[in-house]
Design a protein around this ligand. Sequence first.
Ligand code: MF3
Ligand code: CO
Length: 264
Amino acid sequence: MITIKSRREFAKMARAGAAVAAVLAAVRETALPGVSLVTLDEIGAKVIAERGCTASFLGYQGTYPATLCLSPNDVIVHGIPSEYKLREGDILSVDAGAIFEGFHGDAAFTVGIGQVTSDARRLMDTTEDALWAGLREVRKGGRLGDIGAAVHAIGEAHGYGVVEEYVGHGIGREMHEEPQVPNYGTPGKGLKLKTGMALCIEPMFNAGRRSTKVDGDGWTVRTDDGSLSAHWEHTVAITPDGPQVFTIGDQPVAVGFEEARAHR
Ligand code: MF3
Ligand code: CO
């Protein structure tokens, strides 16, 4: 079911989104060589609690064991925070979800640890560009296929593997609601977007091939060929005042205000 949210419900989602933005900002500051992934997870838990929120991921599907997903290097998504200590040159995808008064926010970014190669930098920047290309397609009367097509075109133009097995999603009282939001599509096709909808758009680009594999822990998703992967995500809502991104800072940001692009 696709849920339509009221202004009051969107206000709660915006609070959850602001908490997620604060988590990601805190992790970005702390993600330096020598810092362990469990340390970053603890920071995420602390910020979520300070904001009067609870963590969306902890206990998800009965088994997810942490607050954040922390996915280094060839891990695409759903990396479980471990004792691994970050090293100069790593890239790390950081995904956070929070609940405020029953409503979710969800966002992710990829950060370079110290100096990274120009190839790694290009992968991260291009994935962020693709997220924004997708966000710009979110409007009342637009189609789901417009979003996926815009995201995919950017990955393809750079020769990246665009992950297909994992997709964006609707969001509201549940973290994962209908519709699925794939990172591919046909312009003008698919679900018609309406006021009251909220979506998570989340491109995952691999430096190599698009195929994925899952570790024995049942969560960690890696590139099949061992290449680097980047992941960016925002929660965007079609509010009565137009499309707004909830996961950039303390307030919603109208789509189109690119100077608000967070956390470069
Ligand atoms: N944030 C992820 C998403 O965008 C979901 C995390 S999976 C979990 O869909 F197990 F960590 F919750
Ligand atoms: Co998501």
